[in-house]
Design a binder for this molecule. Structure first.
Ligand SMILES: Cc1cc2nc3c(=O)[nH]c(=O)nc-3n(C[C@H](O)[C@H](O)[C@H](O)COP(=O)(O)O)c2cc1C
Ligand SMILES: C=C(O[C@@H]1CC(C(=O)O)=C[C@@H](OP(=O)(O)O)[C@H]1O)C(=O)O
Length: 385
């Protein structure tokens, strides 16, 4: 089992993630982690904050001479914006007399429920941690998971397939082309015609003081058969993926394979026939999205994820001043208009984390070498079935 704890406020000094359960002797590239952080900051429609930040990790435990020690790994991401917030976010100093507090909760954000739950007057005490700034730590953890998966030729990618009411129609057939096209696109959509329309849609939202969301797809290539289990509900890999993805800010739906579309079809048009070519099992289709019974079946794992539009509206919805209970417009905080491309990078890294967890569970072993031995034994064994 791998696990992590993260901490940190959006405008505090920085964010920290402590990771436990990785095997020893895994070569780790800081550049590869920083590259995932860089990708998370990209995408058309983001607000001014991303111009202030240049996220990189500082590793303070668990790695020596570029390899994991098998002990807890601590990674820190500094908030460059903190220098503009030192008084407003002070840990121990007195609250400044002229501090502007937030009393008008934004519909769709954690403001109202959070302020009531934790008995906060100033909604800033809620939004600082509810903020998706924390996804930087989630991505740092996922970037480490990606490096473990790469040792076993497992690759995780993501791309945008819908933005508001615009759908990508054509996609490159080769996964490598899909990745290249998505990475080159400002909205991370591999369909270049749809990308242009998506950018115009973000501009339209921005011009109207509005926001947009959409759908991204995550694909996992190279998973061996047998990750996850049908034996207990909490071991099912489909449930674990959905749970982890739904815990990303603003994610409101997850579907695996055909997902909701499967509910509209006859079974004969949903399930994937089973064939054998003399050396291995083949599935001519992949409606199951690589998961049957909560277990990987050797096909690509395909997950689609729905993100709602950003909650902060520059043309705000009606809200209530929590001090006076009078109807007022919701507060406006500096904000993104669309963070779907960034969310797709977060989703990609979250899926990498869940798959790495399932791989470590399947193979056991305290070191990378032991995991490799167990992997070879397992793949030899299943090749005889
Ligand atoms: C990468 C990313 C960036 C986000 N940026 C903003 C933002 O700038 N403004 C905002 O109001 N919400 C933003 N959100 C969404 C809020 O964090 C989220 O809606 C809020 O925490 C409430 O959680 P919920 O939507 O999951 O219910 C962002 C989400 C992600 C994934
Ligand atoms: C800081 C990030 O995203 C933030 C997520 C966010 C929210 O409410 O979720 C609100 C905005 O914060 P700020 O008001 O500081 O601009 C985003 O910029 C980031 O992704 O690095």
């Amino acid at each position: 089992m791998i696990r992590y704890l993260s901490a940190g406020e959006s405008h505090g000094p920085g964010l920290t993630v402590v990771i436990d359960g990785f095997p020893s002797n895994l070569p780790v590239s800081k550049e590869a982690i920083d590259e995932q952080l860089r990708r998370r900051q990209q995408g058309y429609g983001r607000g001014f904050r991303q111009k202030i930040e240049t996220d990189t990790v500082e590793v303070t435990s668990g790695i020596r001479f570029g390899k994991t020690l098998g002990t807890p790994i601590t990674m820190n991401v500094a908030n460059r914006d903190f220098k503009n917030w030192t008084e407003r976010m002070s840990v121990f100093d007195e609250k400044p007399a002229d501090l502007k507090e937030i009393y008008r909760p934004r519909p769709g954000h954690a403001d109202l429920a959070g302020a009531i739950k934790y008995d906060h007057e100033d909604i800033r005490n809620v939004l600082e941690r509810a903020s998706a700034r924390n996804t930087a730590t989630v991505v740092a953890a996922g970037a480490l998971a990606k490096q473990l998966l790469a040792q076993f030729d497992i690759q995780v990618t993501a791309h945008v397939v819908e933005l508001c009411d615009i759908k990508a129609e054509t996609m490159p057939e080769q996964l490598s082309d899909l990745i290249a096209a998505a990475d080159a696109s400002e909205v991370r959509c591999a369909d270049s015609e749809a990308s242009v329309k998506m950018i115009a849609k973000i501009d339209e939202a921005k011009a109207n003081g509005d926001t947009v969301g959409g759908v991204f797809e995550v694909i996992v290539r190279g998973c061996p058969i047998g990750l996850g289990s049908y034996a207990m509900p909490d071991r099912k890999l489909d449930g674990r993926l959905a749970g982890a993805l739904m815990s990303i800010q603003a994610i409101k739906g997850v579907e695996i394979g055909l997902g909701f579309e499967a509910a509209r079809r006859f079974g004969s048009n949903v399930h994937d026939a089973i064939a054998h070519d003399g050396s291995r099992y083949l599935r001519p289709t992949n409606g199951a999205g690589g998961l049957e019974g909560g277990v990987t079946n050797g096909q690509d794992v395909v997950v689609r994820v729905a993100m709602k539009p950003i909650s902060t509206l520059y043309k705000p919805l009606p809200s209530v001043n929590m001090q006076t209970k009078e109807t007022e417009l919701a507060a406006i905080e500096r904000s993104d208009y669309c963070a779907l491309p960034a969310a797709s990078v977060v989703g990609e890294n979250v899926v990498a984390w869940v798959i790495a967890d399932a791989l470590i569970e399947k193979l056991g072993g305290d070191s990378l070498e032991q995991m490799r031995d167990n992997y070879e034994q397992y793949t030899t064994r299943i090749s005889r079935r």
